[in-house]
Ligand binder design. Structure first.
Ligand code: HEC
Length: 162
């Protein structure tokens, strides 16, 4: 294929995928409940590294309106909110996995690595990670795999179903 033809083809394809409606919604539903943070510092670190995908106060960047980035953004936010949403704390439907939050930070699973290049503020230092993980345990409790799970249910403000 000639380079010019290829470029035109790519431009047309890029224009065409903009017509897919998925990812353009950018709804921030109302805040119906918030956890009682153990300290303003935990809330601040969470705000920097987690809030865009785990709250209803998402800041949607310009590229979140341009496919295919918009699809990825929408997918991450919808799935992230469905698992753990600090703006719907105490909700009775679905899960709200606060007790897993510290573990995700310690294991380096959250925030997702793919998020970091466009969000340098979410990149936490080793000390900040320790600080955030501690604060998350103090705020949400800690899920101990195979251990005391269930024993603390109902006491830690966690309402997950598993
Ligand atoms: C770019 C969006 C994004 C950011 C930023 C983000 N998450 Fe997530 N998070 C997700 C998605 C998507 C899922 C569901 C898929 C998965 O578990 O990997 C998820 C899942 C989770 C879960 C549930 C895990 C489970 O096993 O059910 C917890 C807890 C969590 N995130 C905590 C955090 C914390 C704490 C931060 C900040 C340090 C953070 N996330 C930052 C997108 C995000």
């Amino acid at each position: 294929m000639k380079p010019l033809k290829f470029l035109m083809g790519a431009a047309i394809a890029l224009a065409a995928i903009q017509l897919v409606p998925y990812g353009r919604d950018h709804k921030n539903p109302p805040v119906s409940g918030e956890p009682k943070w153990d300290s303003p510092r935990t809330s601040e670190l969470f705000g920097r590294a987690c809030k865009n995908c785990h709250s209803n106060e998402t800041v949607w960047p310009w590229y979140s309106s341009v496919a295919p980035a918009s699809w990825l953004t929408q997918f991450d936010v919808s799935l992230g909110r469905s698992k753990f949403n600090v703006s719907e704390w105490g909700r009775t439907t679905g899960e709200n996995e606060g007790d897993k939050a510290a573990g995700e930070v310690k294991e380096g699973q959250m925030p997702p690595f793919i998020y970091l290049p466009a969000h340098p503020e979410a990149k936490l230092t080793a000390e900040e990670k320790v600080e955030l993980a501690k604060g998350l345990v103090a705020t949400f409790g800690e899920d101990k795999p195979g251990g005391a799970k269930g024993a603390v249910k109902g006491k830690d403000g966690d309402n997950d179903k598993d």
